[in-house]
Design a protein around this ligand. Structure first.
Ligand code: HEC
Length: 92
C-alpha cells in the first residue's frame, strides 16, 4: 500500500504541473459530470463541507481501482478536481 501511495503522488505530480484543487478546479464542469455519472446514486449535498483535496484523493483511488466502490469509475485528473470541488461545495 505504501508503494501505491508513492506512485499516486508521483503520477499526480507529473500529470499536471501545478495541479491544485482550489486553483484549477471548475465546479461547473464538475456539476455536469456528477449529474451524468454520479447523481444516480449520490447527492452532492451529502458531501457538503468535506475537504475537496481529501475527496479528490478518494476519487483518485476509486478511479485507479485502489478503493472499493459500487461501480468502476474512470475520471481524469481534471475531472477529479472538478467533481471534488463540486461535491465539496455541496452542489451549490
Ligand atoms: C451505482 C451507484 C453509484 C454510482 C453511479 C456512483 N457511486 Fe459512489 N458510491 C456508491 C456507494 C453504494 C458507495 C458506498 C456508500 C456510500 O458511502 O455512499 C459509494 C461511495 C463513494 C465515495 C466514498 C464516500 C465516503 O464517504 O467514503 C465517493 C467519494 C464516491 N462514491 C464518489 C462517486 C463519484 C464521484 C461518482 C461519479 C463519478 C460515483 N461515486 C458514482 C454508489 C455509486
Amino acid at each position: 500500500m505504501e508503494l501505491n501511495r508513492v506512485l499516486i503522488v508521483a503520477v499526480a505530480g507529473l500529470g499536471i504541473a501545478g495541479w491544485s484543487v482550489s486553483a484549477s478546479a471548475d465546479a461547473a464542469a464538475g456539476k455536469a459530470k456528477f449529474a451524468a455519472d454520479c447523481a444516480e446514486c449520490h447527492e452532492a449535498a451529502d458531501f457538503a463541507g468535506e475537504d475537496a483535496k481529501a475527496l479528490a484523493d478518494s476519487l483518485k483511488k476509486i478511479s485507479a481501482g485502489q478503493m472499493k466502490h459500487k461501480t468502476a469509475i474512470k475520471l481524469s485528473d481534471a475531472e477529479i478536481a472538478d467533481v471534488a470541488a463540486y461535491m465539496a461545495s455541496g452542489g451549490k
